[in-house]
Design a protein around this ligand. Sequence first.
Ligand code: SF4
Length: 267
Amino acid sequence: MKENLKDIITQSLLDQKEIFGDELFETKNLERKTSVHYKTEDDESKSFQVKEEIKKIKLISDESQEEALFEEAKEDWQLADKLDLLNKLICNCQKCILGKTRNKFVFGSGNPDADVLVIGEGPGADEDAQGLPFVGRAGQLLTDILKAIKFSREEVYIANIVKCRPPGNRTPLPAEMDSCIPYLKKQIDLIKPKVILCLGLTSAQGLLKKKDSLTNMRGKVFEFGNAKVMITYHPAALLRNPNWKRGCWEDVQLFRKLYDDIIKNNG
Ligand code: SF4
């Protein structure tokens, strides 16, 4: 009886298939396939958003990786946030030959928040012996020049293009200056002076990277970062040639006026 019923149903299905074709039996499958294969607009938009988010996350992580690598590539002293720390990190420097012959490393001295930065060429014998910039006769003359334009040594900051004494007080070589000037630039970043006075041609050319004469550069205002820069004679040159003192006096008066104008305009 069961076999009979099965035969009857099978035969009936075969008859229907013959009349209506295969589709009658595949409709359900087709419906299911349709719902799986064709996404709605909403699905497409969600999938697009997810892909964009993944892209963004990837970009951010690539950028942070690059930043992290850049930070790692920096030397410790480049990350210093205080002058004292910078001094500690570079005082044993041997990046150029001057490190071999110095007695004392001369970092610089003065007010760490100074508006006025004075830059000389390099330490002489007295500076090399004491580890301080502009001591001795040239140093005393600088103190007098600053006093004449109403600045005390305590309120300004004084540094040099190179921090170790060139033997025999010779002019530092370009390679020596290139090795040392990044330290000075870091000092300038930390001090943030409003005005800079360069003493002598080596100081001006080293800082401004200009191949010009002292005569041409005196009396003009240059820029270094956010600071205004003027140039005058080095005090040691004035000791050798007192005739230049008058020119120096004119230069520093202009420098004082530049400073006063900046302070007045900044409120
Ligand atoms: S002059 Fe500057 S770069 Fe050369 S050893 Fe001294 S600190 Fe280093």
